[in-house]
Design a protein around this ligand. Structure first.
Ligand code: 0X9
Ligand code: ZN
Length: 296
């Protein structure tokens, strides 16, 4: 069963997703889109009323292992879409493609060994792991990414060296004409980050990114008074290169692309914080969804 009162292990998350698909075959499918370095199946959940080439919202979560608030947020979105009939309007004209845990090796490692593990688990000569959120082929190994294997922001020996990022690349490129919104779910910060991470220059569609960002932030504020800051990564946070949502925008051409930094104040989360955060974030997702049909 899904839990929003404690943190779930990867096998339990997978079991829940498979059960959802089994019980709701008409609109929920799970797809094993590939395997992690250590051989774990990586799951994508698709929620769709059927048909092909429909407008799609794509979300990737838990590419960073220690960000334990992310799986519950992704699972809550899935749970609300599937289990609450009032939300069935949300997958009529729009498909959802969600990878709740993109880095299961790291996620499990952060449970059984090192709680603050961030990266993948591919071995280096001295240190393990590549930062998957520096491994995308967009301004790869530029500012804010490291070429030293022991660093937390190690970009990898080559762009897309990690199976975990290859899987996202392949799915997104295959569906890039349908995907209108790319979301990377992370913690922590209380920020909604739009491109770019490598420069303070604004993307061409910055006005729309900020307008939609404000809809997300306002919807969340209305729930518990959580105040998000909307802005570019380089401006609000720090320089970063080879990041998933920047690649989605600059590499795959998905104009609406964000990183959500969920509002906690540590990677270590009190399980009591799960429910308020998943509930408010869900309202943000609804606001994003409701905007999309307006696109041509
Ligand atoms: O540094 C990161 O990868 C992200 N922060 S985290 O604390 N979750 O590690 C920020 C990614 C920023 N996104 C973009 N550059 N667009
Ligand atoms: Zn992160």
């Amino acid at each position: 069963e899904v839990s929003f009162t404690e943190f779930m292990r990867y096998d339990d998350i997978v079991a829940y997703l498979e059960r959802l698909a089994e019980e709701n075959p008409s609109f929920v499918t799970t797809e094993v889109v590939g395997r992690s370095f250590e051989g774990r199946d990586i799951y994508l959940v698709k929620i769709s009323s059927g048909g092909s080439n429909k407008t799609t919202i794509f979300a990737e979560g838990t590419i960073h292992a220690r960000e334990w608030i992310v799986p519950p947020v992704a699972l809550y979105v899935i749970n609300q879409l599937v289990e609450d009939a009032n939300n069935s309007y949300m997958y009529q004209d729009i498909d959802w493609a969600i990878i709740p845990v993109a880095n299961p090796d790291g996620y499990e490692f952060s449970h059984y060994d090192a709680r603050l593990w961030r990266k993948t688990r591919t071995p280096g000569t001295i240190c393990h792991g590549t930062d998957p959120n520096r491994n995308f082929d967009f301004n790869w190994r530029g500012i804010g990414a490291s070429s030293w294997q022991c660093d937390e922001t190690y970009a990898g020996h080559a762009p897309f060296s990690e199976p975990e990022t290859q899987i996202i690349r392949d799915y997104v490129l295959e569906h890039k004409d349908d995907i209108k919104l790319y979301l990377a779910i992370h913690s922590y910060g209380q920020w909604l980050l739009h491109p770019w991470g490598h420069t303070l220059e604004e993307p061409e569609n910055v006005a729309e990114l900020k307008e939609l960002g404000a809809l997300f932030a306002d919807a969340i504020y209305a729930v518990n008074g959580t105040e998000y800051v909307v802005g570019s990564t380089a401006d609000v946070l720090y320089y970063a290169s080879g990041v998933g949502n920047d690649w989605a925008a600059g590499g795959a051409g998905i104009d609406l692309s964000y990183t959500i930094e969920l509002p906690i104040n540590s990677f270590i989360v009190d399980p009591e914080r799960i429910v308020p955060i998943v509930e408010e974030t869900w309202e943000g997702f609804k606001a994003l969804h409701d905007y999309i049909p307006g696109l041509v």
